[in-house]
Design a binder for this molecule. Structure first.
Ligand code: SF4
Length: 157
């Protein structure tokens, strides 16, 4: 059953206005092997760290806040858990909530793997994709929702 699917997370922000448009619930997924220098979320790197929670438990938190405009998947690297997150994203869309996904991959890399059905399923459920690793030399606070100027925002829906 979809509610019982487990996702390894580092934590949540119940309300954010800096991780995509509007008021958003943020899921910080656990696990990233990219190790960008000065990553803001180093606690998310360990693939075995964090805790496992079910989609049902995450939805209970989301459903408790009627002010939300959407849900954001950040990390960590969400595409390491693409299948489970695609299921969660589908549940968010059923609630009329938009889905923003951050990734250290570039969009072209994700598209270059059409046989990776999990990646394609998550892309299919993504309204806004913010791509690319954090690059210390390109750090900026002037571009909305991004930490470095190499990162791009794609509206996919
Ligand atoms: S991809 Fe994101 S989470 Fe992973 S090391 Fe880079 S900035 Fe940190």
């Amino acid at each position: 059953m979809k509610d019982q699917i487990r996702i390894r997370v580092s934590g949540f922000i119940e309300e954010s206005v800096v991780d995509g448009p509007g008021i958003r619930f943020v899921v910080f997924t656990q696990g990233c092997q990219r190790f960008c220098p000065d990553c803001h979320n180093p606690q998310t790197h360990d693939l075995q760290g964090g805790t496992e929670v079910t989609i049902g438990e995450i939805l209970a938190k989301i459903d408790s806040n009627p002010l939300l405009d959407g849900v954001t998947f950040s990390g960590g690297e969400p595409f390491l858990q693409a299948k489970a997150l695609a299921e969660l994203a589908e549940c968010c869309h059923a609630r009329k909530l938009s889905v923003v996904v951050y990734t250290g991959f570039y969009y072209e890399e994700l598209l270059a793997n059409p046989d990776n059905r999990d990646w394609q399923e998550l892309l299919n459920q993504t309204d806004i994709l913010i791509d690319g690793p954090f690059e210390r030399d390109k750090k900026t606070i002037e571009i909305a929702f991004r930490g470095s100027s190499n990162q791009r925002l794609f509206c996919l829906s």
